[in-house]
Design a protein around this ligand. Structure first.
Ligand code: NAP
Length: 273
Protein backbone atom coordinates (compact mmCIF):
# COMPACT_ATOMS: atom_id res chain seq x y z
CA UNK A 1 0.00 0.00 0.00
CA UNK A 2 1.25 3.46 -0.92
CA UNK A 3 2.97 5.20 2.01
CA UNK A 4 2.04 8.79 2.74
CA UNK A 5 4.51 11.50 3.79
CA UNK A 6 4.00 15.25 3.95
CA UNK A 7 4.68 18.60 5.52
CA UNK A 8 2.79 19.89 8.57
CA UNK A 9 2.63 23.65 9.09
CA UNK A 10 0.61 26.81 8.55
CA UNK A 11 0.61 28.49 6.12
CA UNK A 12 2.36 25.83 4.07
CA UNK A 13 0.93 25.84 0.56
CA UNK A 14 4.07 27.58 -0.81
CA UNK A 15 6.29 24.73 0.46
CA UNK A 16 9.08 23.52 -1.83
CA UNK A 17 9.31 20.16 -0.02
CA UNK A 18 6.68 18.19 -2.03
CA UNK A 19 8.61 18.79 -5.27
CA UNK A 20 11.88 17.51 -3.78
CA UNK A 21 10.49 14.47 -1.97
CA UNK A 22 8.10 13.35 -4.73
CA UNK A 23 10.97 13.54 -7.25
CA UNK A 24 13.10 11.41 -4.90
CA UNK A 25 10.33 8.80 -4.48
CA UNK A 26 9.90 8.57 -8.24
CA UNK A 27 13.58 8.21 -9.01
CA UNK A 28 14.09 5.60 -6.27
CA UNK A 29 10.97 3.62 -7.28
CA UNK A 30 9.38 4.13 -3.84
CA UNK A 31 5.58 3.69 -3.73
CA UNK A 32 4.87 6.84 -1.71
CA UNK A 33 3.40 10.31 -2.00
CA UNK A 34 4.42 13.52 -0.18
CA UNK A 35 1.51 15.86 0.53
CA UNK A 36 0.80 19.22 2.16
CA UNK A 37 -0.95 19.12 5.55
CA UNK A 38 -1.96 22.70 6.31
CA UNK A 39 -3.09 22.57 9.93
CA UNK A 40 -5.11 25.49 11.27
CA UNK A 41 -3.47 26.63 14.53
CA UNK A 42 -6.66 28.32 15.84
CA UNK A 43 -7.62 25.01 17.54
CA UNK A 44 -4.78 23.13 19.27
CA UNK A 45 -6.75 19.87 18.92
CA UNK A 46 -5.97 19.95 15.19
CA UNK A 47 -2.30 19.07 15.61
CA UNK A 48 -3.12 16.46 18.27
CA UNK A 49 -5.72 14.81 16.02
CA UNK A 50 -3.30 14.78 13.08
CA UNK A 51 -0.70 12.96 15.22
CA UNK A 52 -3.22 10.47 16.68
CA UNK A 53 -4.55 9.63 13.21
CA UNK A 54 -1.25 8.99 11.41
CA UNK A 55 -1.82 5.19 11.24
CA UNK A 56 -5.40 5.63 10.11
CA UNK A 57 -4.14 7.83 7.26
CA UNK A 58 -1.18 5.56 6.45
CA UNK A 59 1.30 8.35 7.25
CA UNK A 60 4.83 6.92 7.53
CA UNK A 61 6.58 10.21 8.29
CA UNK A 62 6.35 13.94 7.94
CA UNK A 63 8.26 17.21 7.92
CA UNK A 64 7.32 19.92 10.41
CA UNK A 65 7.56 23.65 9.80
CA UNK A 66 6.39 26.89 11.42
CA UNK A 67 4.57 27.23 13.78
CA UNK A 68 4.73 23.61 15.04
CA UNK A 69 8.43 22.71 15.49
CA UNK A 70 8.22 23.02 19.27
CA UNK A 71 4.56 22.05 19.86
CA UNK A 72 4.92 18.77 17.93
CA UNK A 73 7.41 17.54 20.53
CA UNK A 74 4.71 16.61 23.01
CA UNK A 75 3.40 13.94 20.62
CA UNK A 76 6.81 12.25 20.16
CA UNK A 77 7.76 8.95 21.77
CA UNK A 78 11.50 9.63 21.36
CA UNK A 79 13.76 12.36 19.97
CA UNK A 80 17.28 12.41 18.56
CA UNK A 81 19.95 14.19 20.62
CA UNK A 82 19.88 17.38 18.54
CA UNK A 83 16.07 17.72 18.65
CA UNK A 84 16.13 17.20 22.43
CA UNK A 85 19.00 19.64 22.98
CA UNK A 86 17.63 22.47 20.84
CA UNK A 87 13.95 21.78 21.61
CA UNK A 88 12.80 21.64 18.00
CA UNK A 89 11.62 18.84 15.67
CA UNK A 90 11.44 19.25 11.89
CA UNK A 91 11.20 15.55 10.96
CA UNK A 92 8.93 12.79 12.27
CA UNK A 93 9.12 9.07 11.56
CA UNK A 94 6.23 6.73 12.34
CA UNK A 95 7.82 3.48 13.58
CA UNK A 96 5.32 0.77 14.53
CA UNK A 97 2.71 3.41 15.44
CA UNK A 98 5.18 5.42 17.54
CA UNK A 99 6.23 8.90 16.42
CA UNK A 100 9.95 9.69 16.73
CA UNK A 101 11.24 13.25 16.29
CA UNK A 102 14.45 14.45 14.63
CA UNK A 103 16.05 17.75 13.66
CA UNK A 104 17.75 17.98 10.25
CA UNK A 105 17.75 21.82 10.07
CA UNK A 106 21.15 22.20 11.70
CA UNK A 107 22.85 19.48 9.64
CA UNK A 108 21.23 21.02 6.55
CA UNK A 109 22.71 24.43 7.39
CA UNK A 110 26.12 22.95 8.13
CA UNK A 111 26.22 20.96 4.89
CA UNK A 112 25.20 24.10 2.97
CA UNK A 113 28.06 26.05 4.62
CA UNK A 114 30.55 23.25 3.97
CA UNK A 115 29.90 23.56 0.21
CA UNK A 116 31.74 26.92 0.40
CA UNK A 117 33.81 27.04 3.60
CA UNK A 118 35.29 25.25 6.57
CA UNK A 119 33.59 25.97 9.91
CA UNK A 120 35.76 24.49 12.63
CA UNK A 121 37.67 27.58 13.82
CA UNK A 122 35.74 30.34 12.06
CA UNK A 123 34.30 33.41 13.76
CA UNK A 124 30.60 33.30 12.93
CA UNK A 125 27.77 35.81 13.47
CA UNK A 126 24.19 34.55 13.64
CA UNK A 127 21.46 37.15 13.14
CA UNK A 128 18.40 36.09 15.18
CA UNK A 129 17.82 33.97 18.27
CA UNK A 130 14.75 31.92 17.32
CA UNK A 131 14.37 28.20 16.61
CA UNK A 132 16.68 28.06 13.58
CA UNK A 133 19.36 30.16 15.33
CA UNK A 134 19.28 27.78 18.31
CA UNK A 135 19.78 24.68 16.17
CA UNK A 136 22.47 26.26 13.96
CA UNK A 137 24.27 28.05 16.83
CA UNK A 138 24.46 24.91 18.97
CA UNK A 139 25.71 22.78 16.07
CA UNK A 140 28.35 25.28 14.91
CA UNK A 141 29.67 25.50 18.46
CA UNK A 142 29.92 21.69 18.52
CA UNK A 143 32.09 21.98 15.37
CA UNK A 144 34.46 24.28 17.26
CA UNK A 145 33.37 27.59 15.68
CA UNK A 146 33.45 30.87 17.61
CA UNK A 147 29.75 31.78 17.51
CA UNK A 148 28.23 35.23 18.17
CA UNK A 149 24.52 36.11 18.34
CA UNK A 150 22.85 39.40 17.50
CA UNK A 151 19.10 39.60 18.05
CA UNK A 152 16.49 42.39 17.97
CA UNK A 153 15.31 41.34 21.45
CA UNK A 154 18.56 41.45 23.41
CA UNK A 155 17.33 39.31 26.33
CA UNK A 156 16.78 36.37 23.93
CA UNK A 157 20.31 36.55 22.52
CA UNK A 158 21.72 36.64 26.05
CA UNK A 159 19.62 33.63 27.03
CA UNK A 160 20.65 31.62 23.96
CA UNK A 161 24.33 32.52 24.36
CA UNK A 162 24.27 31.46 28.00
CA UNK A 163 22.60 28.13 27.25
CA UNK A 164 25.09 27.01 24.58
CA UNK A 165 28.22 28.93 25.64
CA UNK A 166 28.08 31.40 22.74
CA UNK A 167 28.86 35.17 22.65
CA UNK A 168 26.56 38.13 22.05
CA UNK A 169 27.38 41.31 20.13
CA UNK A 170 25.90 44.81 19.86
CA UNK A 171 24.68 45.89 16.41
CA UNK A 172 27.15 48.80 16.29
CA UNK A 173 30.12 46.45 16.87
CA UNK A 174 29.37 44.09 13.94
CA UNK A 175 31.27 46.03 11.24
CA UNK A 176 34.57 45.93 13.18
CA UNK A 177 34.32 42.38 14.53
CA UNK A 178 36.12 40.60 11.63
CA UNK A 179 33.61 37.83 11.14
CA UNK A 180 34.49 35.02 8.70
CA UNK A 181 30.87 33.95 8.23
CA UNK A 182 27.49 35.65 8.74
CA UNK A 183 24.19 33.71 8.81
CA UNK A 184 20.78 35.38 8.74
CA UNK A 185 18.09 33.37 10.53
CA UNK A 186 15.55 36.23 10.81
CA UNK A 187 12.70 36.70 8.33
CA UNK A 188 14.02 40.18 7.41
CA UNK A 189 14.20 40.34 3.60
CA UNK A 190 11.58 37.64 3.04
CA UNK A 191 8.88 38.32 0.41
CA UNK A 192 6.89 40.56 0.27
CA UNK A 193 9.46 42.69 2.14
CA UNK A 194 12.34 41.71 -0.14
CA UNK A 195 14.05 45.15 -0.15
CA UNK A 196 15.03 44.89 3.53
CA UNK A 197 18.35 43.74 4.94
CA UNK A 198 19.63 43.82 8.51
CA UNK A 199 23.19 44.49 7.26
CA UNK A 200 24.63 46.52 4.40
CA UNK A 201 27.83 46.01 2.40
CA UNK A 202 29.94 48.33 4.58
CA UNK A 203 29.16 46.18 7.66
CA UNK A 204 30.36 43.00 5.90
CA UNK A 205 33.80 44.08 4.60
CA UNK A 206 36.27 41.19 4.88
CA UNK A 207 33.54 38.59 5.57
CA UNK A 208 34.26 35.42 3.56
CA UNK A 209 30.81 33.81 3.39
CA UNK A 210 27.26 35.06 4.00
CA UNK A 211 24.33 32.63 4.18
CA UNK A 212 20.67 33.65 4.32
CA UNK A 213 18.32 30.84 5.30
CA UNK A 214 15.31 32.60 3.73
CA UNK A 215 14.08 30.76 0.61
CA UNK A 216 11.71 33.43 -0.82
CA UNK A 217 13.28 35.27 -2.59
CA UNK A 218 16.24 33.07 -3.48
CA UNK A 219 18.68 35.98 -3.58
CA UNK A 220 17.78 38.23 -0.66
CA UNK A 221 18.84 41.85 -0.25
CA UNK A 222 21.35 40.69 2.40
CA UNK A 223 23.01 38.41 -0.17
CA UNK A 224 23.10 41.24 -2.73
CA UNK A 225 24.81 43.45 -0.12
CA UNK A 226 27.21 40.61 0.74
CA UNK A 227 28.22 40.27 -2.92
CA UNK A 228 28.92 44.03 -3.02
CA UNK A 229 31.22 43.49 -0.03
CA UNK A 230 33.05 40.73 -1.93
CA UNK A 231 31.71 37.78 0.10
CA UNK A 232 30.68 34.38 -1.24
CA UNK A 233 26.95 33.80 -0.75
CA UNK A 234 24.79 30.79 0.13
CA UNK A 235 21.01 30.81 -0.37
CA UNK A 236 18.39 29.26 1.91
CA UNK A 237 17.66 26.77 -0.86
CA UNK A 238 20.97 24.98 -0.16
CA UNK A 239 19.98 24.47 3.50
CA UNK A 240 16.49 23.39 2.44
CA UNK A 241 17.94 20.82 0.04
CA UNK A 242 20.33 19.33 2.59
CA UNK A 243 17.74 19.20 5.40
CA UNK A 244 15.36 17.40 2.99
CA UNK A 245 18.10 14.88 2.09
CA UNK A 246 18.55 14.28 5.84
CA UNK A 247 14.82 13.56 6.12
CA UNK A 248 14.90 11.09 3.23
CA UNK A 249 17.79 9.28 4.93
CA UNK A 250 15.83 9.01 8.21
CA UNK A 251 12.70 7.69 6.47
CA UNK A 252 14.39 5.21 4.13
CA UNK A 253 17.75 4.40 5.76
CA UNK A 254 19.74 5.11 2.60
CA UNK A 255 21.40 8.07 0.85
CA UNK A 256 19.07 10.57 -0.74
CA UNK A 257 19.22 11.11 -4.53
CA UNK A 258 20.56 14.64 -4.05
CA UNK A 259 20.91 15.59 -7.74
CA UNK A 260 17.29 14.60 -8.44
CA UNK A 261 16.06 16.56 -5.41
CA UNK A 262 18.21 19.56 -6.35
CA UNK A 263 16.84 19.64 -9.92
CA UNK A 264 13.25 19.40 -8.62
CA UNK A 265 13.88 22.17 -6.07
CA UNK A 266 15.30 24.65 -8.58
CA UNK A 267 12.57 23.85 -11.13
CA UNK A 268 9.95 24.54 -8.44
CA UNK A 269 11.69 27.79 -7.49
CA UNK A 270 11.61 28.88 -11.15
CA UNK A 271 7.89 28.00 -11.35
CA UNK A 272 7.15 30.08 -8.25
CA UNK A 273 9.04 33.15 -9.56
P1 NAP B 1 11.54 32.16 14.91
O1 NAP B 1 11.78 31.13 15.94
O2 NAP B 1 10.23 32.86 14.85
O3 NAP B 1 12.71 33.28 15.07
C1 NAP B 1 12.72 34.45 14.31
C2 NAP B 1 13.90 35.33 14.73
O4 NAP B 1 13.93 36.45 13.84
C3 NAP B 1 13.80 35.90 16.15
O5 NAP B 1 15.09 35.96 16.71
C4 NAP B 1 13.24 37.31 15.91
O6 NAP B 1 13.68 38.26 16.86
C5 NAP B 1 13.89 37.67 14.59
N1 NAP B 1 13.08 38.66 13.88
C6 NAP B 1 11.80 38.52 13.43
N2 NAP B 1 11.40 39.64 12.81
C7 NAP B 1 12.45 40.52 12.87
C8 NAP B 1 12.64 41.86 12.43
N3 NAP B 1 11.68 42.53 11.77
N4 NAP B 1 13.83 42.44 12.68
C9 NAP B 1 14.81 41.79 13.34
N5 NAP B 1 14.69 40.52 13.80
C10 NAP B 1 13.51 39.90 13.56
O7 NAP B 1 11.75 31.58 13.44
P2 NAP B 1 12.70 30.34 12.99
O8 NAP B 1 11.98 29.06 13.14
O9 NAP B 1 14.03 30.52 13.63
O10 NAP B 1 12.79 30.62 11.41
C11 NAP B 1 13.42 31.80 10.94
C12 NAP B 1 13.46 31.84 9.42
O11 NAP B 1 14.22 30.76 8.92
C13 NAP B 1 12.10 31.74 8.73
O12 NAP B 1 12.08 32.68 7.70
C14 NAP B 1 12.08 30.32 8.17
O13 NAP B 1 11.29 30.21 7.01
C15 NAP B 1 13.55 30.13 7.84
N6 NAP B 1 13.97 28.71 7.82
C16 NAP B 1 14.57 28.26 6.68
C17 NAP B 1 15.00 26.93 6.62
C18 NAP B 1 15.67 26.42 5.37
O14 NAP B 1 15.81 25.19 5.23
N7 NAP B 1 16.12 27.27 4.46
C19 NAP B 1 14.81 26.08 7.71
C20 NAP B 1 14.23 26.59 8.87
C21 NAP B 1 13.81 27.92 8.91
P3 NAP B 1 12.89 38.56 18.24
O15 NAP B 1 13.43 37.59 19.24
O16 NAP B 1 13.26 39.96 18.53
O17 NAP B 1 11.43 38.37 17.95
Amino acid sequence: MKKIFGIVGHPVKQSLSPAMHNAAFKSEGIDAEYKIFDIDPSDEENLANFCYETDLNNIAGFSVTMPYKQEIMKYMEEYDLLARTVGSVNTVENVDSKLNGYNTDATGAIQALQEKTTINKEKILILGAGGAARAIGYSLKEFGADVYIFNRTKSKSIELAKEFDLETIEFTQIADADFDIIINTTPVGMLPDSGSSLLHAEQMKGVKVVMDIITHPLETQLLKEAKKAGAETITGARMLLHQACGQFEIWFGKSAPIEVMETALYEELRNKD
